[in-house]
Design a protein around this ligand. Structure first.
Ligand code: PSU
Ligand code: MN
Length: 311
C-alpha cells in the first residue's frame, strides 16, 4: 500500500512497505544524478547504487522531486526520467517550496535529501562528498553543513569534495557538534584522495561499531548527524599531488567566470573531470558505490540491534 503524507510527499510502495516492516532502508540523494555527473554515467550510476544497496541487505530510497511531488523511492522509469530531464532544479532546503508551487522536477542535495529522509524515518544515507565551505572571497557555506548539524542520521561519504576548503569545513563541523568518523582511517579523506593532512574526530572500523557510536551519540541527547568518511582504496584513489593542480585551475576558472552560488559545485566537478582526463569522474563513481555498500551494511547492522531490543 502506498503512503501519502499531508505534504506533497510520496513514498513508493516498496519503500513504505519496507518502513512498515522495519526492513533496512538507505536514502540516496539525486543532485549527483541531475547536476553532479554527466549523461549517461548519471543514470548508470544511479542504477548501480540502488543495486549495490540491495546486494548488501537494504532497500534503496532515491529521493527527488517530480512535477512538484517529493518522491521517496523512484521506479526505474522515474529514475530514467530524472536523469534525462532538461529542466531540473538543484534542491537544497530553501528550494522545496519553489519546486512544489511550480510543479518542477529537482535533484535533492545532501541537505535536501536528509530533510526528506528524516520525515520518512530513514536513518542511514549515502552520498559521494558532502558540500562544505568554498575557498572563495564571498561567503559560500553549503546548507549540507546545517543539515548535518541538526539531523540525527548516519551519513556515509568520502569526506567533503576536494574542491572545497577542507580545513574550514572541518572547523565548521566541529563547531556544529558533528562527529567526523574515519572509516578504517585516522585521516579525513579528500574525496578523490585518501589524504588531506587533516584528522577525523574518531576512527571506527566496522558497521556494528558505527551503529554503537551513533546510538551513544543520540542516547545522550545529541541531535546532529554522524558523518562516516570512507576513503577510496590506494588502488582507486588519485593521490592529492596529482589532483591539486586541477583543483587550483578549476577554482581559478570559476573565479574568472564569476561563477557563484548553486552553480559553483557542478561547475567545479565538471571542470575537474575534463582537467584530469576523466580520472576524477572514475574516482567519483567508485566512491559513490563504495559508500552505497557501506551504508547498506550500516543500515542492516542498525536494524539488527533494534530487532534484538524488541525480542
Ligand atoms: N557528491 C558527489 N557529487 C555531487 C554532490 C555530492 O559526488 O554532485 C552534490 C551533493 O548533492 C551536495 C551538493 O549536497 O553537491 C553540494 O552543493 P552545494 O555546494 O551547492 O551545497
Ligand atoms: Mn554554496
Amino acid at each position: 500500500m502506498n503512503k501519502t503524507f499531508t505534504l506533497p510527499l510520496y513514498a513508493s510502495a516498496p519503500i513504505s512497505q519496507a518502513l512498515q516492516l522495519s526492513i533496512p532502508v538507505v536514502a540516496l540523494e539525486s543532485t549527483v544524478i541531475t547536476h553532479g555527473l554527466p549523461r549517461p554515467q548519471n543514470l548508470e550510476l544511479a542504477r548501480e547504487m540502488e543495486a549495490t544497496v540491495r546486494e548488501n541487505g537494504a532497500i534503496p530510497a532515491t529521493i527527488a522531486i517530480l512535477d512538484g511531488i517529493v518522491h521517496i523511492g523512484l521506479t526505474e522509469a522515474e529514475l530514467e526520467r530524472l536523469a534525462n530531464e532538461q529542466h531540473v532544479r538543484k534542491i537544497s532546503r530553501r528550494d522545496f517550496a519553489t519546486a512544489i508551487v511550480n510543479k518542477e522536477c529537482g535533484g535533492t542535495t545532501v541537505a535536501g535529501t536528509m530533510f526528506v529522509a528524516l520525515k520518512a524515518g530513514i536513518r542511514v544515507f549515502a552520498t559521494g562528498g558532502i558540500g562544505g565551505v568554498h575557498e572563495v572571497e564571498t561567503l559560500d557555506i553549503s546548507t549540507d553543513l546545517l543539515a548535518l548539524a541538526d539531523t540525527p542520521m548516519i551519513v556515509v561519504c568520502a569526506g567533503a569534495k576536494a574542491i572545497l576548503d577542507l580545513s574550514a569545513t572541518l572547523e565548521y563541523l566541529e563547531t556544529m557538534a558533528v562527529p567526523v568518523i574515519g572509516y578504517g582511517t585516522d585521516e579525513f579523506p579528500a574525496f578523490y584522495s585518501r589524504k588531506s593532512g587533516l584528522p577525523v574526530s574518531a576512527r571506527l572500523d566496522s558497521p556494528p561499531e558505527i551503529v554503537a557510536f551513533a546510538k551513544a551519540h543520540w542516547a545522550i541527547g545529541m541531535k546532529s548527524a554522524v558523518l562516516v568518511c570512507q576513503p577510496l582504496s590506494s588502488e582507486e584513489e588519485i593521490p592529492c599531488e596529482k589532483v591539486d593542480g586541477a583543483i587550483r585551475q578549476a577554482r581559478g576558472e570559476a573565479h574568472k567566470q564569476a561563477i557563484h552560488g548553486q552553480s559553483l559545485t557542478p561547475f567545479l566537478l565538471e571542470r575537474m573531470a575534463k582537467l584530469t582526463g576523466g580520472a576524477s569522474l572514475k574516482a567519483n563513481l567508485k566512491l559513490l558505490l563504495n559508500n552505497a555498500k557501506l551504508a547498506a551494511q550500516i543500515a542492516a547492522a542498525l536494524n539488527l540491534t533494534e530487532k534484538q531490543k524488541v525480542d
